[in-house]
Structure formats: C-alpha cells, structure tokens
Design a protein around this ligand. Structure first.
Ligand code: HEM
Length: 489
C-alpha cells in the first residue's frame, strides 16, 4: 500500500547514531586519560561529523518529495483562507482519501499529535484530553469513555427528556428565535448533566454565566489587551475555575461515589487511595467536555431542523415513527424509555445523514511528530496534517449524489468502511457520540410529536460559528401543536 518507510527509519537510525557520537565525544573530552592534542582531534572530528549529519538530513529532505499543492504566503501559508473561506471551496482541490485519513488517525496515529492554537488551549486548559497523546491521554480517555458509556448514559434519559420538553416550550411564542443560540442552551444543560449528574441550580446558573463569556473568546482575536473579548474570556476562565473548584470541593465533602464524569475523575486513585488527578487536571477536562459538547451538538441539531423543515414527506415519516412511540406511551403520559430511544431507525438515519451533509467538523488538526513518508511523499516533522472528513463525506465515489439529503443511504450496510466519520476516528474519536445521539433523538421525539416550526426569511446560506450553521442560526418560529398537548404533569 505504501512505497516504504525507509526514509523514516534512516533518519531515526542516523539520529540515534548521532546521539551516540555526542555521548562518546563528551566522555572522551572529560576523560583524564586523553591528552590535550587528542581532545582537540576529537572535537574536530565531532564538528565535521555534525556538519556531515546536518548536510545528510538537509539533502535527504531536499531529495524527498514534498506533498503537491500550494505553500501559500511566506510564514502565514494559507491560514487566512482556511479561516475565512467556505470549507467546501477551500478543500475542494485537496485529497479525498479515506485511506490517508485512516493512516493519520488510526494505523500510524503515534506519528501525528493533535494540535490546537495556543490561544484556545489557554482558554480550555492545557490538561484537557484533546491536547494529549500517550499514557495521560489513554488514562483520561478511559475515564471519559467510562462516564459516557451506554450503561451510564441510559440513566440520563428521564432528565434529558424533561430538559428537552422545557427547551421546546421556551422556544414557542410570537417571536422569531435564533434556533442555533437556543439549542446551545439545551446542549449546554445536557453537557452539565453528563458531567455532574444532578447539579444544584445555583451552580448551574453560575457555570452558565461564566461559560457564556468564555465561549465568546474562543473565536476572537487572541490579544491580552484589556477590554478585548479574548482578555475578558481569560478573566472569566479564572471565575469558571473557581466555580468548578467549589463544586469539586463540595462533591469531595459529600463522600458520595457518583458515576458521572466528575465522579469518575475523582475516583481515579492510586493504590494508597489518594486521588491521582490534580484540581487543574479535573477543571481543564470539564471545560474541555463543555467545549466539545455544546456547539457541535447544537449545530447538528440546527441542521436537522432545516433539513426536516425543507422535506415535508420526510417530516411526515418521522412523525409516524415517533407518533407510534408516543401513542405506546399512553399519549405521552409515560416517559420515554432507554429501549425506545434505541429503536428509532428512521430518526437515527436522519441524524446520520444530517451529520454527513453538514459535516460540522470539516477536518481536524494533527502535526507530524517525526519526518513521515506517505506514499513516497515526505511530510516533514512539524508540518500540519488535516484529515478532511467533509471531503470524504461529500465524495460521490462513496456517497452517491452527495449534495442530496437522503437518509435512506444509511439503510442496510451500504456505506463503505472508514468513509463515514462525523465523530472522527481512532484514539481521539468522540467519546461523547452516544450522549450527542441520545439528546438529539429525545429532542426530535418531542419536537415532531407536540411542536411545529417554520423557518423565517431566506433559508439558504451558511455561517461559520466556527462550525457551519445555517445563516443567522436559522431564524424560526415555534409553536405547540394544538391537538397533542403535553399530557404529563
Ligand atoms: C454531534 C455532536 C458531536 C460531534 C459531531 C463531535 C465530533 C467530534 C470529533 C470529530 C472528535 C475528534 C476530534 C479529533 O480527532 O481531533 C471529537 C472529540 C471529542 N468529543 Fe465530540 N462531538 C460531538 C459531541 C460531543 C459530546 C456531546 C461530548 C461530551 C459529552 C463530546 C466529547 C468529546 C471529547 C472529550 C473529545 C476528545 C476526545 C479525545 O481527544 O480523545 N463530543 N468529537
């Protein structure tokens, strides 16, 4: 499949030879048995070897084939286009190879580390799971995956259901709402639930306030100048840290073992029963999960509202599927069960197709940690490598008529392996994917059974916030379906 790995090996071998030489030179220079003239010869030979080594490395790289494409402007490269252009346009001419994505994220993941802009890392916190590789990452992942496993999140169904109903109620009214902004409130509440279980309303409110300002800074220009959005976010992060530290302290005092994410992070102990993770490690990971969970899920949900709104036949079919569940729950008098959420095949396909079409995470960032050879091309150490999910999701070789919304493409086993990656792939793939799907299913169940919505104004265009969302967050009006009032108290 790949031409060879000889280049990587040669550099690794010559690197270790070089360090052996450094070590020998140092020993000889410090040795009392080597006289002054001999030491000068050793030093001379060492300098010559270093020059030859650098030359060898340089020439190897010159000879090697860099990947094709534009280098962009000096220093800034193509950064400006990356952040300002529509991703469909920017990535149109780039690689569409699921094989290459798998190489970077799965089979040779150790050759590439995740990288994020330092300004973002400062706001989220350096200990958050997605900035790491190796044993710390593996351990954190076990804890996070455990807390978001099916066995744990099945217990969240009643709470998510109550939150979904109340979110939908608050959307209704005469006023036009920005659907994306409203849905961010819902996804934030669910994230809080999956992190803390039942959190005191007082802390929930405080976290929301702290996080709202922090959130605004993620995509602002990173400057420490007082009064700027970014500097305000940095200050607010300190307050958020204080609030979280208070919650952590209270939880420790309660001495209750809980199975939510906080409980799982706190219960990670050494063999003497001492907590392993520091307060900062816990805080950074909580902020990390809030960051990973809120905007992503809200943008997918906004797209679902749009796609289903635009296809009345599809809406009727979803209503039929969800209506049957509603009726079997005695017209909504009984709560939804976990088993019911696992048996909504059409709604599930609508979610999958929305994630493919919108590809809200168009790509992810990796950086080569060594010089890597892929298919005869050299990817020099330190180069950024972007696995492009969107390109693969929109490639007609894998998804026929890729720009047509067609949930039935997910019927049966028609999708080629490793071509569908809305939640990424490999060691950093999304551990919260089941939480995201669960909250979307529950929300859609109540949306189509008891509510109606209409998109207001022009419903075309995409805005990047930073994930793609319909223009202006999809302005829409929501109202309650008169014949299907909520029957439960
Ligand atoms: C539809 C909504 C979501 C989408 C599309 C999504 C997508 C992704 C993707 C593509 C990655 C991998 C990034 C990479 O490889 O660099 C990721 C990682 C992650 N996601 Fe999600 N996500 C969603 C919702 C959530 C939720 C609800 C949670 C938590 C409750 C969550 C927690 C995380 C975490 C902690 C990571 C980092 C994992 C690691 O580095 O090992 N995500 N997500």
């Amino acid at each position: 499949m790949f031409k060879s790995f000889s280049f990587i090996r040669r550099l690794d071998e010559s690197n270790s030879m070089y360090w052996t030489l450094v070590f020998l030179t140092r020993n000889l220079l410090w040795s009392e048995r080597v006289n002054y003239i001999e030491k000068r010869c050793v030093l001379f030979l060492f300098v010559i070897s270093s020059v030859l080594f650098s030359l060898f490395t340089f020439l190897s790289k010159q000879r090697a084939n860099l990947p094709p494409g534009s280098m962009g402007w000096p220093y800034v490269g193509e950064t400006l286009q990356l952040y300002t252009q529509n991703p469909t346009v920017f990535f149109a001419t780039r690689q569409k190879s699921p094989e290459a994505v798998r190489y970077v994220l799965v089979t040779q993941a150790h050759l590439f580390k995740p990288t994020y802009p330092p300004s973002k890392e400062r706001l989220i916190g350096p200990w958050a799971i997605f900035f790491h590789q190796g044993s710390y990452h593996t351990q954190m992942r076990k804890l996070v995956q455990g807390a978001f496993s099916l066995d744990i999140i099945r217990n969240l169904v009643p709470q998510i259901e109550i939150t979904a109903i109340s979110a939908l109620e608050s959307l209704c009214g005469e006023q036009v709402v920005n659907a994306y902004c409203e849905l961010k409130e819902f996804t934030f509440d669910v994230a809080i639930m999956s992190i803390f279980g039942n959190l005191d309303a007082f802390y929930k409110k405080r976290l929301k306030e702290n996080y709202r300002t922090l959130d605004k800074g993620y995509n602002s220009f990173p400057t420490k100048l007082p009064g700027t959005l970014y500097s305000k976010s940095v200050l607010e992060r300190k307050k958020l840290r204080d609030t979280l530290s208070e919650i952590i302290r209270k939880r420790k005092e309660e001495l209750l073992e809980q199975k939510d994410l906080l409980g799982s992070l706190l219960s990670f102990k050494d063999n003497k029963g001492r907590q392993i993770l520091t307060n900062d490690q816990i805080v950074d990971n909580i902020i990390g999960v809030l960051f990973a969970a809120q905007d992503t899920t809200a943008s997918v949900m906004t797209w679902i509202l749009k796609y289903v709104h635009d296809d009345s036949k599809l809406l009727e079919a979803i209503k039929k599927e969800q209506g049957a569940i509603y009726e079997s729950n005695d017209g909504g008098k009984q709560p939804l069960t976990w088993a019911q959420t696992r048996n909504m095949p059409l709604t599930n396909r609508v979610i999958m197709e929305s994630m493919r079409m919108a590809s809200i995470i168009s790509f992810t960032f990796r950086e080569a940690v060594y010089d890597v050879e892929y298919k005869g091309y050299l990817i020099p150490k330190g180069w950024k490598v972007l696995p492009l999910f969107r390109n693969i999701h929109h490639n007609p070789d894998f998804f026929a008529e890729p720009h047509r919304f067609n949930p039935s493409r997910f019927e049966g086993t028609g999708i080629k392996a490793h071509t569908y990656m809305p939640f990424g792939n490999g060691v950093h793939s999304c551990p919260g994917n089941e939480v995201a799907k669960l909250e979307m299913l529950i929300f859609i169940h109540h949306l189509v059974n008891k509510f109606r919505w209409k998109v207001v104004g022009s419903d075309s265009g995409v805005q990047y916030a930073p994930f793609p969302v319909p223009h202006q967050g999809l302005p829409a009006k929501f109202w309650k379906e008169p014949c299907k009032q909520e029957n439960r108290p």
